[in-house]
Design a protein. Structure first.
Length: 306
């Protein structure tokens, strides 16, 4: 018993310290949320859109493609919360399904752009020399010579409308920003002492990149990805508005706005609800991106007293 009592006391002391540490972390997180209410708003908005996208088949009161010509252009009511469009389709149901399209495009476009940008940026920043000249000077500048949305429009116009054509088009036009960010970060980190030490110990290039460089450049990439999702949502809505997005009868916020152009004054609810969905979704990603940027910037945290 003489030996077990100190062990038991030590376990209770360790558990108590762990509880206090977790309580301190929760209190610090709550303090950050109170000082950045826009971050909390962005997280709540994004959570709502994610729930709508995941559970659209169960939340939608009607089939988004079902026609009802007798009830066309109906104003918002208890039967149709957001009203109906010119073909009698339920706008609330179509808005829910439109969240699916927007979030799928946002996640996949940012994921593909990030992968391409990581490979190109790491190769250019880590090896430098002629490889950096080819990737940075020629390839990246060639893609930057045209506005990204025009390049995406040209690609989709050539390949034809479709969800995955939109994703590929936006990824092709959006990887350059990630590549340039990765290249600059890699060039700064590869000169630090711990990278030189790993190289002196005989670590391979892949090990240095994966174990020592990438973990130190992930923070700005997270911020860039959050803001990039907002850009992808806007770009998908633009392509769908121009008739180059997801083909009908699939519901997309951009195509809904396109359908509402001729009814802007006699049925403004057709414009209001999909436009609000686009605006709130973009705002949620921007709020989260701004909060992540402030949270990961040490100088901003010092100014905020965090």
């Amino acid at each position: 018993m003489k030996f077990t009592q100190p062990v038991i006391n030590g376990i209770f002391h360790l558990a108590s310290r762990r509880r206090h540490r977790h309580a301190g972390e929760v209190e610090a997180l709550w303090s950050r949320i109170r000082q950045q209410p826009l971050a909390a708003i962005g997280i709540c908005l994004l959570a709502i859109f994610v729930v709508c996208a995941l559970f659209a088949p169960w939340m939608a009161p009607r089939d988004p493609a079902a026609l009802d010509l007798h009830g066309r252009l109906a104003s918002p009511s208890s039967a149709h919360w957001f009203g109906t469009d010119e073909l009698g389709r339920d706008i609330f149901s179509r808005t829910l399904y439109g969240a699916r399209i927007s979030l799928i495009v946002a996640v996949t476009v940012v994921g593909l752009s990030l992968v391409i940008g990581l490979v190109a940026g790491c190769a250019a920043g880590f090896y430098g020399g002629w490889l950096d000249t080819i990737i940075n000077v020629y390839v990246m500048n060639a893609f930057l010579a045209l506005p990204g949305i025009l390049l995406a429009i040209a690609f989709v116009a050539f390949m034809g409308p479709g969800l995955w054509n939109v994703v590929i088009a936006l990824a092709i036009s959006g990887w350059v920003g990630y590549a340039r960010l990765v290249r600059g970060q890699v060039m700064a980190v590869k000169e630090r002492e711990f990278v030189e030490a790993a190289r002196a110990l005989g670590a391979s290039d892949l090990r240095i990149l994966g174990r020592h460089i990438l973990p130190n450049i992930v923070q700005p990439l997270i911020v860039q990805a959050a803001i990039g999702m907002a850009t992808a949502v806007m770009a998908e809505a633009t392509l769908s508005f121009l008739g180059l997005g997801v083909p009908p009868p699939a519901a997309s916020w951009g195509s809904m706005l396109n359908d509402a152009r001729s009814h802007l004054f006699d049925s403004p609810h057709m414009v209001f609800f999909p436009a609000m969905a686009v605006m709130l979704c973009v705002l949620s990603f921007n709020f989260i991106g701004d909060a992540l940027r402030d949270f990961m910037d040490p100088r901003a945290r010092m100014r905020a007293g965090l």
